[in-house]
Ligand binder design. Sequence first.
Ligand code: PEP
Ligand code: MN
Length: 338
Amino acid sequence: MIVEMKTGAGKEAVDAVVQRAKSLGFNVQLNIGTDKTVVAILGGNTGQLSTDVFAVLPEVESVTRIMRPYKLASREFKGADSIVSVDGVEIGGKHVVVMAGPCAVESEEQFMEAAKTVKKAGASILRGGAFKPRTSPFSFQGLEEAGLEILEKARKILAMPVVTEVVDPHEVDLVAGSADILQIGSRNMQNYTLLTEVGKSRRPAVLKRGFSCTVTEWLTAADYLLAEGNDKVVLCERGIRTFEDSTRFSLDISAIPVLKRFSHLPVIVDPSHAAGHYALVPAIARAAIAAGADGLLIEVHPNPKEALVDGLQSLTPSDFTRLMDELRAIASSVGRYI
Ligand code: PEP
Ligand code: MN
């Protein structure tokens, strides 16, 4: 249930709503906008509650029941687009934010080379996995702590924020010690303990779409992060499982306008994991920006042939540089810039 206060309603009136909700055993979350405050009433059985309980209180403008399972990620709770700020880089505004780097950190040399080239080409954030959630237990699992050290070094030398995946709820503090943004991978979108821990960390988070999950399930997973008071959540569409097997996954391009309609959270797209092949990445990346994505997450490797993970879908530095020029043109045609 969403309680919208009147423009300019005072703290006392907001407190009265909060107190009423708490006295009935519900939790609340506030969205304090520049001219309006919105109070989300959260709990398993708000359905049994009459809207009049809040509608009669002073300075209440309206009370709306949200029938969808997600509340905090919804446009009803927050009408204005959220902007997630990471070390001066704003995700969700006019700037289309490109995050790029190799799938996995393999060595200092490999990562530094990738990082320097993506920076030169105009990327704003570095990506690289230190802990890799692999389908097979026999595949390379990442350099783990040693990988985090390399990320930290690159972050300092190049003065760029870093995004990296966290796979274990017990490692959130460890990973947050080296990274600016915590990535929750597709396979972990419904790992609720991990979501809660990343929520508690209050660190900016990229929540990838589970490849068999609906948009509703995805936004409800985002509520786990938001419910812990972490409002720095970025959604990442990375392709879903369909009957089509000519690509690794099917990029759900419609998810971008759908999310923009139903949620205030920024949306980025990972064309690399959707495509599964370097030749398909540029077209998908261009389409994502044209469809309204706020950013991209792209795999780039200095030498894809030697990559330990995802070499086939990784762009070479020169392919990436060319793509960035194409993306600038698309961004400006939709009123944005890179
Ligand atoms: C990744 O970004 O390297 C990754 C493992 O992605 P996903 O979780 O989308 O498969
Ligand atoms: Mn990868």
